[in-house]
Design a binder for this molecule. Structure first.
Ligand code: PGA
Length: 252
């Protein structure tokens, strides 16, 4: 049985003071709602400490949106996984399409980060997904296969329990266009089959695969009803309690 996992990626929104106030309002709303899915929010690095003050010891996991591919040294502007662990952050989103598109991250560089995070027993939400051009030219499966094969290269089977996959078609992110539940389901099914061939049936069956890309209160139920969709990675709609709470309580 795969427990639904709903995550909010705040991207470059919410200064520390805003993040603290928002986390507090979200926690109050979540407590009253009886939401019992696995919940996570990923604030910007500098906002993490303020959010942790509120969410430490709460059911809402606080994650980072990225991390360096080294533990320490002369890497100006980077944030070490050790610094995250020192704060008490044990979960990191890696390979988000905005990191790939704007900051030159590749399957290979993301693989280095994944292996480093796993070496510290951190939990990883690994984002994959195709661009519109790739989808329209019939390359969906080729792209997803490469993202899984290269991104998860040298990951040990016993570490796969730390990996969540987020399938985010790039053309659906922040655009208001959601993949239809059927399109998303067929990509998720392909991802699960690929993970089965790379690892094992057992690992594939237990793998949580989130869908991301314009998830909102009005489409979450139809998406979550699909057999292979186990959660959501939410951007825009995670920035207000009114929008995010109905997603967290989609099954109520
Ligand atoms: P969106 O972002 O929900 O605003 O489309 C999703 C994401 O990029 O994780």
């Amino acid at each position: 049985m795969r427990k639904p996992y709903i995550a909010g990626n705040w991207k470059m929104n919410m200064a520390p003071s805003e993040g603290r106030a928002f986390a507090s309002a979200l926690l109050d709303a979540v407590k009253e709602s009886g939401a019992d899915v696995k919940m996570m929010v990923a604030p910007p690095f500098v906002t993490i400490p303020a959010v942790l003050e509120v969410l430490k010891d709460s059911p809402i996991i606080v994650a980072a949106q990225n991390m360096a591919d080294h533990d320490k040294g002369a890497y100006t502007g980077e944030v070490s996984p050790l610094f995250l662990l020192d704060l008490g952050v044990n979960t990191v989103i890696l390979g988000h399409s905005e990191r790939r598109q704007y900051y030159g991250e590749t399957n290979e560089s993301i693989n280095r980060k994944i292996l480093l995070a796993l070496s510290h027993s951190m939990d990883v939400v690994y984002c994959i997904g195709e661009t519109l051009e790739e989808r329209e030219s019939g390359k969906l499966e080729e792209v997803l296969s490469a993202q899984l094969e290269v991104g998860l290269k040298d990951v040990k089977s016993e570490d796969m329990k730390h990996i969540t996959i987020a399938y985010e078609p790039v053309w659906a992110i922040g655009t208001g266009k959601t993949a239809t539940p059927e399109d998303a389901e067929s990509a998720h099914e392909f991802i699960r089959k690929t993970v089965q061939s790379l690892f094992s049936k057992d690992i594939a069956e237990n793998l949580i695969i989130q869908y991301g890309g314009s998830v909102k209160a009005n489409n979450v139920k139809a998406l979550m009803a699909k057999e292979n969709i186990d959660g959501a990675l939410v951007g825009g709609a995670s920035l207000s309690v009114a929008d995010f709470l109905p997603i967290l309580t989609f099954d109520k």
